[in-house]
Design a protein around this ligand. Sequence first.
Ligand code: RIB
Length: 313
Amino acid sequence: MSAQKPIVVVGSINTDLVAVTKRMPAVGETVIASDFQTHPGGKGANQAVCVARLGYPVRLIGRLGKDAFGAELRTYLRTTGVDMTGVATSDGVSGVAMVVVSERGDNSILVAPGANSKVTPEDLDANISILRDAGMVLAQLEIPLETVEYLARICARENVPLILDPAPASDLPPSIFKDIAWFTPNQTEAAFYLADKHAESSPPTPAETAQRFLSNGCRGVVLKMGANGIFLGSRDGIGSLVPAFFVNAIDTTAAGDAFNAGFATGLMLGKSPLDSAAFGAAVAAISVTRKGAQPSMPTMAEVEKFMEKESHE
Ligand code: RIB
């Protein structure tokens, strides 16, 4: 075991069935795709694989089904260096995501959760020693909400920082915010979470948005604003914009996962939150220049080379 405290990811594991199309089909319409691939995906597994690519120790807690996808994913994930001790097998199917990528690189995703919907609080109890040993825990919302709530309480009790990626947008209980170290919505998710409370005519600024999440009780907020960069806010009053890197995006699937993994790895390596956000932005920028979710995640050497080159431009 390395002296570094591992990052633990609690989340979904999917097979992504990816169709590339010139344009998204409208309701009732059939469109012929220009390409099709299958890739390992799932927000949880994507974040875990990205941390492993960056060379940091990582463990995954989740569930696979008893099907061919499950067996393939388990074998593949082991080869990436992700510790799979916390991944159980359930009867029934594994998670699958139908991903449609437009030729501009943006995407729409429909997830059939399968075994991911069977990740329970009992699974967390069964893996409590893994959670206690964690330097940081990463979670998303592709597993049951009650499990994520329970996880947040464990993290608070065990004093392990939790980074919650609130995707896909779901009805989070207000009590969860006090147990979150970093809340990391993208712009669509931020609008969802603030929708009922603030019905102004003009959308809130990033600083106002961050402030509203902080007043809900979390200790830090990272707003992922795509080409508009990253806005970082924390209880210490920091409000900073980290500019996006400009790259030729061919597939934005899992860009948010790449960012979260990079941000968490940066923090675990002792970087400041601001430097960790810039590091995460670089990880995400590289990922969108490549096809697929997990195959697009860069190594530490690739990120360092990219950041070095960008600093001279
Ligand atoms: O964040 C991207 C991921 O969302 C895809 O890999 C897909 O599996 C869905 O979980």
